[in-house]
Design a binder for this molecule. Structure first.
Ligand SMILES: [Zn+2]
Length: 56
């Protein structure tokens, strides 16, 4: 599931970097819910949490 319209200008927080919730490396980017996260981290997280066929 691609994040809808992830534009850096739209998700860029000019107030400064904050640690990414996924990898802990500071990033100026924000998720749609306003949490600091890299785009790639968000996409990886989304991919990891949308595989419902693995129900081990
Ligand atoms: Zn990250």
């Amino acid at each position: 599931m691609p994040l809808r319209n992830w534009h850096e200008s739209q998700h860029y927080d000019h107030t400064g970097d904050k640690p990414c919730v996924c990898c802990g490396i500071p990033t100026p980017l924000r998720s749609e819910r306003g949490r600091p996260v890299h785009k790639v981290c968000a996409e990886t997280w989304t991919a990891d949490h949308t595989r419902t066929e693995d129900n081990a």
